[in-house]
Design a protein around this ligand. Structure first.
Ligand code: SAM
Length: 314
């Protein structure tokens, strides 16, 4: 581990140690009032679920949530989505078709495979699918994925799961602990495909992360994001919200013993921008938008957004 990432790891876990004892029980609605009263006038605020918090606090709060859910995360995903997240992830990966020749991006890319950066990659769900698809569908043994995540506990679960895969301990799979909003260790124009799945809604500064995505992608490289989104049918939306706000925190409490973290997860879904707003943010970062720019899944519960870094930049 480089001295910079060692420092980051220490700094991050120190922040968790400091922040957690001050918030032993997160009552989301009760906390809102006291936090708003306590905020200094000059500090910029952001949302943490339905609670407004100073921007400087959000990262450690999100960190505490994912450290808490890391060991139960994969089972909970199946329970909360009734297994549908697997179909969405399979579709996401198929639509990107990793491992095909990328002649436009790099003269010798065919021999090197794709250099994929899976941001907020957590327990490796997307990375393993990408590698399986490149290997089994496109017979490409070169494509590699870096799983990058801010949370050491989520990465530890990913590492544990990777032992069962053929990619364990090979140059095709690596893990990096980093904040997606600032990744100086990743060179400009070095990535063929940047993916972020169910991660970006947790970021403090989403636009900064999109700008970083643009910087690290090669010209012609693809940005692909799958995130919870806005349901277009009002009746379906009402049923979906009822499921989210009543069932998910309850399942979290019963299965993982952690109602608050799952309450945050559903609140953060509500706070995420609409499909059109998020497309505008991708465009603002400099990406070209293919077609409508997004594909709704299951009536808009989730959406896949894509952007392409222009080959010739204005
Ligand atoms: C809901 S999980 C998604 C994991 C995985 N992509 C999946 O679909 O199963 C969200 C992930 O985002 C990560 N995350 C949150 N804020 C981040 C940030 N600023 N930079 C990088 N990762 C972040 C969390 O640590 C967590 O692992």
């Amino acid at each position: 581990m480089s001295s910079r990432s060692a420092w980051r790891a220490l700094h991050y876990s120190a922040k968790r140690r400091i922040s957690q004892p001050t918030t032993p029980y997160r009552c989301f609605s009760c906390a809102r009032q006291s936090l708003e009263q306590a905020k200094p006038d000059h500090e910029r605020m952001t949302h943490f679920g339905f609670t407004n918090v100073p921007e400087s606090e959000k990262e450690s709060r999100v960190g505490a949530v994912f450290s808490s859910v890391a060991s139960s995360y994969d089972n909970m995903n199946d329970l909360m989505s009734l297994g549908i997240h697997r179909l969405w992830k399979d579709h996401f990966v198929r639509s990107l078709n990793p491992g095909t020749p990328v002649a436009n991006r790099d003269a010798d890319a065919k021999d090197k495979g794709w250099n994929i950066l899976d941001i907020a990659g957590g327990t490796g769900d997307i990375a393993f699918r990408m590698l399986d698809h490149a290997t089994n569908i496109n017979h490409d043994m070169q494509t590699s994925v870096t799983i990058s995540d801010i949370n050491a506990d989520m990465l530890a679960e990913g590492r544990k799961r990777s032992i069962e895969t053929p990619y364990y301990n090979t140059s095709r799979l690596s893990f990096v602990e980093a904040n997606a909003e600032h990744m100086p260790h990743i060179p400009d124009a070095s990535i063929d495909l940047y993916t972020v799945v169910f991660g970006i809604r947790n970021f403090t500064d989403k636009q900064a992360a999109l700008n970083e995505a643009f910087r690290v992608l090669k010209p012609g490289g693809v940005f692909a994001c799958m995130e919870f989104s806005k349901v277009d049918n009002p009746l379906f939306d009402a049923i979906y919200k009822r499921w989210n706000f009543s069932a998910i925190p309850l399942i979290g409490q019963i299965v993982a013993g952690d109602r608050d973290s799952y309450q945050y997860l559903v609140e953060s879904i509500e706070r995420f921008p609409s499909q059109e707003e998020f497309r505008g943010m991708i465009q603002k970062a400099g990406f070209m938008i293919p077609g409508r720019g997004y594909e709704n899944l299951t009536g808009g519960i989730a959406a896949i957004h894509k952007g392409i870094k222009p080959i010739v930049q204005s």
